[in-house]
Design a protein around this ligand. Structure first.
Ligand code: SF4
Length: 326
């Protein structure tokens, strides 16, 4: 039997929201989803008028929805933001080369300027070559550290004053779980913030912080957005994969668990009182770093000296990143 839209708009419901369980028609789902993102942006003061915002665009569902919705809300609510797309080409054959075609399509569809920076140009290495050197165990450590710095460098080149990323509620809940399992309280605090900034680095903002992954997929599907859905050929990251599976199992039993974990992480953040490390600049590349040599330069040195496996040992430089931190 047909179900009516819960908003009583008179239309037929075509979906049940994973986040709230409410039955909605397509138009009311768009309205609810977009209003929530607008609320995240305004209540968290994520942007200022006239700001140049670099949207980290990978061609995947999250960044495609982010680019679409940022453009839509910027027009609808007159945020007065200057939006741009920024993509990083890690040099992964059969994955990034294809997904960059999607980003180029996004550029045309949304009429936003696009800049692409490659690991090859920035570091003299591609991920294909790095994997040949280090194998598939620690490759994501190199990729995450290099991507984080590459985004910063690209955004500075574009004249942006902040970087918007497509991290969603599931990503953040997974990271909370991972940081709890590692006992990393400092990262636990940072991963829950919708704006993360450190001295000298551009702020990173997460407008999709409260959006469930399932709803992002639904939104992209019903909006008919073009995105790239193939997984990286060097995935999966085993540790995050376990946290993801655990979270999905919990979500099946109790859908609110994703928001509950984020709120727990936020509360722990306020109670922990852990100070973030003092930031200065890397003596070699001049980018922001809490140590004399930044993580990217440390890893690059190890690669260039043929000591790449040593570069990710915890003893050497405490590099524990398994994916770009959210
Ligand atoms: Fe990079 Fe790992 Fe992500 Fe592939 S799965 S894009 S290697 S971080």
């Amino acid at each position: 039997m047909p179900v009516s839209c819960t908003t009583q708009c008179g239309r037929r419901a075509i979906l049940r929201r994973p986040k709230t369980g409410t039955a909605l028609c397509k138009e009311c789902f768009f309205e609810a989803f977009e209003t929530e993102v607008h609320h995240t942006i305004t209540s968290g003061n994520l942007f200022q008028p006239e700001q140049v915002v670099a949207i980290a665009a990978s061609g995947g569902k999250d960044s495609t929805v982010l680019a679409y919705i940022m453009k839509h809300l910027n027009d609808k609510y007159d945020y007065k933001l200057n939006l741009m797309l920024l993509s990083i080409d890690e040099g992964i054959t059969g994955y990034r080369d294809d997904s960059l075609d999607t980003v180029k399509q996004n550029k045309e569809d949304y009429q936003l300027p696009l800049k692409i920076l490659s690991y090859q140009d920035l570091y003299g290495w591609t991920m294909d070559k790095i994997v040949e050197e280090v194998g598939k165990k620690n490759n994501c450590t190199f990729c995450g550290v290099f991507r984080r710095q590459a985004l910063e460098r690209g955004a500075v080149m574009m004249g942006a004053s902040c970087i918007a990323t497509g991290h969603n509620a599931d990503d953040i809940a997974e990271t909370v779980l991972m940081n709890i399992m590692r006992g990393d309280i400092a990262r636990l605090g940072r991963c829950c913030s919708s704006v993360t900034s450190s001295d000298g680095a551009l702020p990173r903002v997460k407008p999709l912080k409260f959006c469930y992954e399932k709803e992002i997929v639904m939104y992209a599907y019903f909006r008919k957005l073009v995105y790239f859905s193939t997984e990286c050929v060097f995935a999966p990251n085993a540790y995050r994969g376990h946290a993801r599976t655990f979270l999905k199992d919990l979500e099946r039993i109790r859908p609110s668990v994703i928001m509950d974990i984020i709120h727990s992480g936020e509360n722990l953040m306020f109670q922990s009182g852990v100070k973030t490390p003092q930031q200065s600049t890397c003596v070699r590349c001049g980018h922001v770093s809490s140590q004399e040599l930044c993580q990217a330069c440390t890893l690059l040195t190890c690669l260039n000296e043929g000591r790449a496996k040593h570069g990710v040992s915890k003893k050497s430089h405490k590099i524990k990143t398994l994916r770009e931190p959210v």
